[in-house]
Ligand binder design. Structure first.
Ligand code: NAG
Ligand code: NAG
Ligand code: NAG
Ligand code: NAG
Length: 283
């Protein structure tokens, strides 16, 4: 039954080969692609990048031991394993000229290390001819809630070297207060740059930063972008509100072209200076 479901999807996918090339400014994201139904609709739809979360947990049919599954904490159950997610996307991309990229957001070092112990995982991700991003929050950032622990930075960066062509997407654990936020601090930015240096990272890096905090951190973002090989990926919590979108737009206007990705809910995206490609967005 599972097989039939994905074969059908492959056929639907063939049609999208005929699409025109996308304006890079309109690079779009499906966020939280953590179950079969959403994966299916995201592959059939128009998005360029699939963002998805990985935890150790169990499949809904429940028989197996814990394995890397697609879910956002505190959930620890899913109908979609990481391996199924990956093989389905990879098969889809094999059959389609317009390939979807993936951003794998590892929520724990255990989930990441279980993933990279799999030779199939390493083979697929390192041979991919579409964007593969490995994301983790490796440091503590603004308003980080006490119940979230950063992913072990040294172990994550070391393991990532097994997939040298992957983009590293590095972030901070954060929280958000809709009435008052002071943004990223310089020590938080410096700790990130130091960690990258210490671990001799030699891969492209994008920093995953939270929209409402970015709005208060213009100079800190400039420091993050000092190395020309680095980019920002602005994301936002669905509930995040009450911050100065004008300030965020100022930053978007200031940063040079091609150095910012924007993975935010449509409600916020429609207020940003990115609609016509006046700004910065690339894939
Ligand atoms: C992974 O790739 C290597 C090198 O191409 C190959 O020898 C190996 O059999 C592959 N492993 C799996 C599980 O596909
Ligand atoms: C948010 O910030 C305001 C002002 O600093 C503070 O009074 C409030 O307790 C904070 N709320 C949360 C949930 O931290
Ligand atoms: C940017 O990347 C290129 C190619 O990997 C490298 O040669 C160069 O030294 C890097 N620049 C900086 C500032 O790290
Ligand atoms: C941007 O798009 C809007 C609506 O699509 C249009 O009204 C506006 O003229 C465009 N601006 C530029 C600079 O192209």
């Amino acid at each position: 039954m599972v097989l039939k479901f994905w074969v059908l999807l492959g056929l639907v996918g063939l049609k999208s080969q005929l699409k025109m090339e996308k304006n890079p400014a309109k690079t779009s994201w499906a966020h939280g692609v953590n179950d079969r139904a959403f994966l299916k609709s995201s592959l059939m739809g128009d998005v360029d990048m699939l963002e998805a979360d990985i935890v150790m947990g169990r499949l809904t049919d429940g028989k197996e031991n814990e394995l890397p599954i697609m879910a956002h904490p505190p959930k620890q159950i899913s109908d979609l394993s990481l391996m199924e997610f990956l093989t389905v996307v990879d098969d889809f991309n094999r059959d389609n000229a317009f390939k979807k990229g993936i951003k794998l957001d590892f929520k724990s070092i255990d989930a990441f290390e279980a993933a990279i112990r799999s030779e199939i995982f390493i083979n697929i991700t390192s041979e991919a001819d579409y964007p593969v991003w490995l994301n983790a929050d490796i440091l503590e950032g603004p308003n980080a809630p006490s119940y979230t622990k950063p992913v072990d930075a040294a172990r994550f960066l070391k393991g990532s070297k097994l997939i040298p062509n992957a983009m590293l997407s590095l972030g901070w654990t954060t929280g958000f207060n809709n009435t008052h936020n002071s943004g990223y601090t310089f020590p938080q930015i410096e700790e990130m740059l130091y960690t990258i240096k210490q671990n001799e990272v030699n891969q492209p890096i994008t920093f995953a930063v939270r929209a409402g905090l970015v709005a208060e951190s213009q100079d800190q973002m400039t420091l993050l972008l000092r190395n020309n090989n680095h980019t920002l990926t602005i994301w936002s919590g669905v509930q995040d509100d009450g911050f100065d979108v004008g300030k965020l737009n100022e930053i978007l206007d200031k940063v040079e072209k091609g150095r910012i990705y924007v993975d935010v809910p449509q409600k916020l995206r429609s207020r940003l200076n990115i609609v016509n490609g006046t700004n910065n967005i690339k894939l």
